[in-house]
Design a protein around this ligand. Sequence first.
Ligand code: ADP
Ligand code: MG
Length: 470
Amino acid sequence: MQLIWDDFLKLIKEESGSRVVETWFKAVSLQKWEEDTKTVYLKTPNQFVTKWLQQHYTTLIKTHLSRLLHIKDLNLVFLCNSKKESLTRDIIPASIISSQNNLYNSSSINTSIVKFKEKFPKSKKNKKKETSQINKNYTFNSFVVGPSNSLAHAAAYAVCQNLGKVYNPLFIYGGTGLGKTHLLHAIGNEVFKKKNQITIRYQTTDKFTTEFINSIRLDKTHHFREKYQNTDLLMLDDIQFLSNKEQTQEAFFHIFNTLHEKGAQIILSSDTFPKEIKGFQSRLKSRLEWGLVADMQMPDLETKIAILKKKAETNKINLKDEVANFIASKIKSNIRELEGALIRVEAFGTLTNQQITLQLAKKVLLNIREPKKDGIMLNDILKNIAKIYSISVNDLKSKKRQKDIVFVRQVTFYIMKKLSFCSLQVIGEFVGKRDHSTVLHSITKIEKKLQTDAALAQKLNQIEQEILMN
Ligand code: ADP
Ligand code: MG
């Protein structure tokens, strides 16, 4: 049975690529088949995967399995392993949802469908668990409001009360780590709570693009379109990644029009103001401004302190005022960093069995340097790496494909991502005008190597130290 399934996975991999296998088929198994009824039973980890497979891969599964099992016109039955489901559902950490690496992480299915009209009736008790893929921790309740985000927050809240009626689309923009994704999920959670016959779809733009490209390859663009048009609330996160993706923009344009016409709510986030997004068709840009454009800024000191206190409360960390004050004044880049600083201080306290005092916080955060301006930071990194590896900056920026240059370029991307607060897009642009997906691919390669290559890990650590000390 396992051998047949392995062969099947190979075929799917050839046809649809390894990402599809990793995301959708890895956790599925062939349970049994009955020749007389021509029925094949597949076991899936949850209803979400079941639905997805049914909607997108039924034909593909049937074709290959009927060939491998020598059964013509077979019937497929999906058996769901729901105990596992509550596990995958409850532990989708924030970092995974917001991280771009999640494309490669099979456990983080970062598309979120919340559909309450269950096609698979189950006991009431399980219902909620089985329908939500939105991060439950990102709620309005856990979102601290201050002058820097009050407009975006108020707009988000108003939209929940009047879907499709007040601001459509709602466009939220702001730098990285300032709470855009949090707010989108908060909307998802709020609407989910209020109106349970509604179809909500949250998607990262990266995943949206990948899905679209796959749909072209499989000649299933109508499925793709249907899927996104068949929603009452569509949220697309980090829409700046549609930049220069002409065809995906075209598809999104049509989806946008259909949804807007039928009065479905559209919510978008981006790191830039619509007018300033580069590589967008102008007709699409103008639509982005049809509704309300709300920005999110770095919070002031009081809001930062309030955020720290909230995080401390949620995580049951005993945080003194003076420590919160110190951390808040020290971190000036973004809220993700602010959280990171609190976690570091707390972790150090726990590891060394000490109370979190001002002195301890100072010690831990002493070595955190405020990031330099993006451009200067990227330039520093580039120059340092070029020097360390004795390769010219021009070669690193060039299109040269020699093995050693390619490797050092990958290292550069990896370190830039780690040490700067720049998006993959900015990093790619900086190093020879490369696409953000190239940068992502390079970083993934280095991360894979690091898992087995201790010498490389040490070397990269050393490089990071050198750059930070410079
Ligand atoms: P973005 O999508 O803008 O890059 P995120 O929404 O991922 O940022 O936010 C980064 C982190 O900061 C998340 O863990 C989020 O919970 C936290 N955060 C951002 N804004 C707030 C806020 N106003 N209150 C509480 N936490 C916040
Ligand atoms: Mg985000």
